[in-house]
Design a protein around this ligand. Structure first.
Ligand code: SF4
Length: 486
C-alpha cells in the first residue's frame, strides 16, 4: 500500500503494507532441481521479500545457501551451480515471528542424531514460545529466534526418533498454522496443519518429477501441472519409493481454518488457492459489492494494484466503465528502506502517480481490497480529489478488519486498525469520501466455494478457530533471549 503526494501539506507517514508471510517450493528428482526452485521462488516473491534460501540433497548430504534480500539478490549462477543436486527445497520469507536476520533465513538446516534435516515453514505456531521455554530450561541451545526451530528440537527428541512415524508425534505437539517442507538426505516431506490455515499444493513436471509449492503460480512458472492440494492434517513423503500419504491429528469434524485473507489480498491472482482461482474469487467479491452497494458514477478505478480483480467485478456488474486512475512505476525501488522520511516520500511519489486527465470531472467508484490503518487510502483519495474528481465512492471488497491475526500475518497492533472501535461513518469522514461501503461478511463467504466453517475469518469476525492463550508477537523470541541474558 503506497502513498501519493498530498499537496503542500505534511505528507502522511507511508503505511507499510500488511506483510505477506512465506512461500515454499520443493522439487524431488529432477536434474535441474535447483534452477526450478529458484524459478518457483521468483514466482512466489510476493509472499516474502526479506530473505530467500535453498537447500539441496544429492541423496547423501544436504547443502544450503540462504540470505537476506530478494531471490535475485541472494542467488546468482555460481551459487546455484554450487548447490546443484536432483532434489531441492526453497523458501522466501517475511518474518512474522523472529526478526529479519540472516540466521532466521529459511530453510533452516540442522544436524542431529537422526542425521541432517532442513525445514521451511509458512505460518505461525502459537505455542512456540511455550515449547521453547521448556527446552531452554533443560539446556537446549537455539540457533535462531524463529518459531520454526522448535519443530526440529521436537524431532530430535530421542523418544520421538524411536517411533514408527516421528513426524506424526512431532506435529501432534504443535498448535497454530503450519505448512511445512522438510528435506532429509533421502526424502522430501510436505505437511499441512489439521485446520489447513496456509495453502500447499502438489504438482508434477513434464518429466514426472514431484513438485510442491505454496501457490500454483510457481507450477505455471516451470510448466508443471497442479495435481492436488496437500490436505489439512496430511503428511506427504516423496522419495525414490514414490509418493506416500498419511494422516495425522484427530478428526476436526469438518471444521477448518483456511485463511480467507489469501483470497482477499495475499495470493497471486493467477494461483489456485484452496482449490479455486484467486482472480475469479476476487472478481466475484467485486460483483457482490456492486450488488450490495450500487452507486451512480462515471468510472470504476482500482486502488493499485491489488484491487484490480475486484474492480473488474464491480464494473461488470454495475455497467460502469472500468478505468485507470494511477500509474505505477516498477522501477522505483522499495520505499521503506529509505533512511529518511523525505526520502521515503519521494520514493513513494516515484512509485505512484495520478492520471489527472482520466479523473478530472469524474464521479469515481474507487475499489480497495482491504483497509488496514487507512492512512494510505486517505492519501490516495486526497490525490484523486486534488486531480479534480468530483465524487469519490469507496467500495472495499472485504469486511472491516477489527482483530489481530496470530497465525502468520503481520497486521499492525489492534489499536492501529482503523475499523477498531470506529463506525463506518467515522471512517468515511476520516478518509474524505462521499460514501463508503464494505463487503459484508456473508457476501465475502458467498464468493468462495468451501463451507463457511472451513475458513478462518478471525481478523474480520474475531471468531478465532482456536484458543490463543499466549499470543505470539513478532519479537517475543528476541525478548525471551534478552530476559535470559540481562
Ligand atoms: S486471522 Fe485473518 S489473516 Fe489471520 S489466518 Fe485468519 S483470516 Fe487469515
Amino acid at each position: 500500500m503506497n502513498l501519493v503526494p498530498s499537496g503542500c501539506k505534511t505528507t502522511p507517514v507511508p503505511e507499510p503494507s500488511i506483510r505477506h508471510y512465506c512461500g515454499l517450493f520443493g522439487v524431488y528428482g529432477h536434474e535441474e532441481a535447483v534452477f526450478l526452485t529458484q524459478l518457483g521462488l521468483y514466482a512466489q516473491q510476493h509472499r516474502g521479500q526479506e530473505s530467500a534460501g535453498i537447500v539441496t540433497t544429492d541423496g547423501s548430504s544436504l547443502k544450503r545457501h540462504a540470505g537476506l534480500g530478494l531471490v535475485s539478490q541472494v542467488f546468482d549462477r555460481r551459487k546455484l551451480e554450487e548447490l546443484r543436486a536432483p532434489t531441492a527445497i526453497g523458501h522466501v520469507r517475511y518474518s512474522t515471528t523472529g526478526g529479519n536476520t540472516a540466521s532466521n533465513s529459511q530453510p533452516l538446516l540442522f544436524s542431529f542424531a537422526g542425521g541432517q534435516v532442513a525445514i521451511a515453514h509458512n505460518g505461525n505456531l502459537i505455542n512456540a514460545a511455550l515449547l521453547r521455554r521448556g527446552y531452554e530450561q533443560v539446556g537446549h541451545i537455539f540457533q535462531t529466534t524463529s518459531d520454526t526451530e522448535v519443530i526440529i528440537h521436537l524431532l530430535a527428541k530421542p523418544g520421538h526418533q524411536h517411533k514408527k512415524h516421528p513426524l506424526n508425534h512431532v506435529l501432534g505437539h504443535l498448535q497454530g498454522a503450519y505448512s511445512l517442507l522438510l528435506l532429509f538426505p533421502d526424502r522430501m516431506v510436505a505437511a499441512r496443519d489439521p485446520l489447513g490455515f496456509k495453502p500447499l499444493c502438489l504438482g508434477e513436471t513434464k518429466c514426472g518429477a514431484t513438485v510442491v509449492a505454496s501457490e500454483t503460480k510457481a507450477f505455471d512458472m516451470i510448466d508443471a501441472r497442479y495435481v492436488r492440494d496437500v490436505e489439512p492434517g496430511e503428511i506427504v513423503t516423496i522419495s525414490d519409493a514414490g509418493v506416500e500419504s498419511r494422516r495425522f491429528g484427530g478428526d476436526t469434524g469438518g471444521r477448518g481454518a483456511s485463511c480467507i485473507f489469501e483470497q482477499v489480498y495475499f495470493a497471486d491472482p493467477s494461483s489456485l488457492v484452496f482449490g479455486e482461482n484467486v482472480h475469479l474469487v476476487r472478481r466475484a467479491m467485486g460483483t457482490k459489492l456492486a450488488l450490495e452497494a450500487p452507486v451512480d458514477a462515471d468510472l470504476v478505478v482500482p486502488i493499485p494494484t491489488c484491487a484490480k480483480c475486484a474492480a473488474t467485478g464491480y464494473a461488470r456488474e454495475s455497467g460502469i466503465p472500468y478505468g485507470r486512475a494511477f500509474t505505477t512505476s516498477h522501477y522505483a525501488g522499495r520505499s521503506f528502506i529509505m533512511p529518511t522520511q523525505s526520502g521515503r516520500d519521494h520514493a513513494v511519489k516515484m512509485k505512484l502517480t495520478v492520471i489527472k486527465e482520466a479523473v478530472a470531472g469524474q464521479r469515481l467508484v474507487v475499489v480497495e481490497d482491504s483497509v488496514v490503518r487507512g492512512t494510505t487510502t486517505r492519501a490516495k483519495i486526497g490525490a484523486l480529489r486534488a486531480a479534480g474528481a468530483t465524487e469519490i465512492h469507496l467500495r472495499v471488497a472485504s469486511p472491516p478488519i477489527r482483530h489481530p491475526c496470530y497465525f502468520g500475518i503481520d497486521f499492525p497492533d489492534q489499536k492501529e486498525l482503523i475499523a477498531n472501535k470506529r463506525s463506518v461513518e467515522d471512517i468515511r469522514a476520516y478518509l474524505g469520501v462521499d460514501s463508503l461501503h464494505y463487503l459484508s461478511h456473508e457476501g465475502m463467504l458467498s464468493c468462495v466455494k468451501m463451507e463457511p466453517e472451513r475458513y478462518c475469518t478471525a481478523c474480520f469476525s474475531g471468531n478465532y478457530p482456536m484458543d490463543v492463550d499466549e499470543p505470539v508477537e513478532k519479537f517475543s523470541m528476541e525478548r525471551g533471549q534478552l530476559r535470559m541474558f540481562t
